[in-house]
Design a protein around this ligand. Structure first.
Ligand SMILES: *[C@@H]1O[C@H](CO)[C@@H](O)[C@H](O)[C@H]1NC(C)=O
Ligand SMILES: *[C@@H]1O[C@H](CO)[C@@H](O)[C@H](O)[C@H]1NC(C)=O
Ligand SMILES: CC(=O)N[C@H]1CO[C@H](CO)[C@@H](O)[C@@H]1O
Length: 430
């Protein structure tokens, strides 16, 4: 079957729903073919685990393409970087045997997350009280706020340290004015960043020129979206969203590449739905079904350890996601978690006073009054984790996948049937 990654072109893997779709594993396999794997937005709030053999690698900020020794990894300009975490993650991966020498790069335009941003993250959540967003507390939101209000500090600032120090002191003083004098040793922090700056120096590049030249040189580029469409700042369930652009558009703005360079956009959709944090979730199941997904699907956050909220697959959401990202194909993950269920439900519409909504609404209060319309499909009640080809799958599992294709109008290419790297089935394209 023809490779998806084409020379000089960009393929994007995007979480299509509320995150934790398992796109790490997918981009990991694609990275075997990629020359470069890049992150374009978010920070170390996008945890995922990749299992290779007996080894479990946890990724939070670094591109999972690092798994493959021939793939370069780029942390792009749209990402926000907490340097202590950057080094910690790198060292943990190296302790497990991954050598990142000479193939890990960071954009000089990426913004820095400081510990005080993380403090503020917590203080803001307290101010919001009951309406809190349920952020990961990693300071990502406050950093993007600093960026948008033009007081942020970028990686290149580190290399004019006097100027950096002055800006840093001003920034912290402004935060003290806003949030009171929280305990924070500004001079000690500056000393720490002086050292971090030197350690970081070998990794810093002009990522715009780097990617432009890579495309000219016919390199195959894979972009790994972080978070997911329904957490996008503009199109997600605002304000219960992350603070960056998680759409295909975020690839252009976060990396500085033209739209036409993006060849494929692959939407990763879990066979059921999960979300962490607050906010609406129309197909959530606060019952035995939800618990089944949590337990059997091991639905706990990699970054936070939080239990994920769980429910049925929602095609209203998937369709909405596809309207924005225009998926070339879908990858369906964790189908095996449905193995034992006698009946599987799929949401196919939201009804408001008996009328079908055209798409996922902007106004979240509308969702309080909708009725979710479900289609019930028969389960397969057998173990599919050993299946490696489409023809091996039980009839009802095939029907479930075909139903998703028919309802969304997007072909399904890959189907995840287990946690390990090779536990996948490829559906022959029609
Ligand atoms: C996201 O989009 C906003 C505009 O809505 C822009 O200001 C910001 O830089 C973008 N961020 C990224 C990471 O692409
Ligand atoms: C999703 O979109 C497809 C194609 O436009 C349409 O046929 C289908 O009815 C939609 N389904 C839902 C659940 O919105
Ligand atoms: C085309 C498509 O969507 N399929 C991709 C899904 O994920 C696997 C694993 O990364 C890729 O190899 C497929 O090409």
């Amino acid at each position: 079957m023809a490779s998806l990654l084409q020379p000089g072109e960009i393929t994007v893997v995007l979480g299509a729903v509320w995150g934790d779709e398992g796109k790490g594993k997918l981009s990991d396999i694609l990275c075997g073919e990629a020359d470069i794997c890049a992150r374009c937005q978010g920070g170390n709030n996008a945890g995922h685990t990749i299992v290779v053999g007996d080894v479990k690698y946890d990724f939070h900020m670094l591109p999972s393409g690092l798994i493959n020794p021939n793939c370069a990894a780029l942390v792009g300009a749209g990402v926000v970087v907490h340097l202590p975490s950057f080094f910690e993650e790198k060292e943990k991966l190296e302790a497990k045997g991954l050598n990142t020498d000479g193939r890990l790069f960071v954009s000089d335009r990426a913004h820095l997350v400081f510990d005080f941003h993380q403090r503020i993250d917590g203080l803001k959540e307290i101010e919001l009280g009951r309406g809190s967003i349920g952020t990961t507390g990693k300071g990502i939101g406050p950093t993007y706020s600093s960026k948008a209000s033009r007081s942020g500090l970028r990686i290149h600032h580190l290399y004019n340290f006097e100027d950096f120090s002055e800006r840093f002191r001003t920034m912290v003083n402004n935060k003290f004015k806003r949030y009171g004098n929280f305990d924070y040793d500004v001079e000690a922090e500056l000393q720490r960043y002086k050292e971090l700056a030197e350690r970081l120096r070998p990794y810093v590049i002009d990522s715009v020129a780097y990617l432009y030249n890579a495309r000219k040189q016919n390199k195959k580029i894979l972009v790994e979206g972080a978070n997911a469409l329904m957490l996008d700042l503009d199109f997600g369930t605002y304000p219960y969203v992350t603070s960056s652009n998680t759409t295909v558009g975020g690839v252009c703005t976060g990396l500085g590449v033209p739209p036409a360079s993006i060849k494929n956009s692959i939407g990763v959709v879990k066979a059921y739905t999960t979300r962490v944090g607050g906010g609406p979730f129309p197909t959530e199941q606060l019952n035995a079904i939800g618990e089944h997904f949590q337990t059997v699907g091991h639905e706990y956050g990699v970054t936070t350890g939080r239990k994920r909220r769980c429910g049925w697959l929602d095609l209203v959401v998937v369709n909405y996601s596809n309207m924005i990202n225009g998926y070339t194909t879908l990858n369906i993950t964790k189908l095996d978690i449905l193995d034992s269920l006698p009946v599987i439900k799929v949401a196919t519409g939201y009804l408001l006073n008996g009328k079908r909504l055209e798409a996922f609404p902007a106004d979240l209060s509308v969702l309080e009054n909708i009725e979710v319309e479900y289609v019930e499909l028969p389960g397969w009640q057998s173990d599919i984790t050993k299946c490696r080809e489409w023809k091996d799958l039980p009839e009802n599992a095939k029907k479930y996948i075909e139903f998703i294709e028919k309802e969304t109008g997007v072909p399904v290419d890959w189907i995840g049937v287990g946690a390990a790297r090779d536990e996948m089935v490829r559906k022959p394209l029609n």
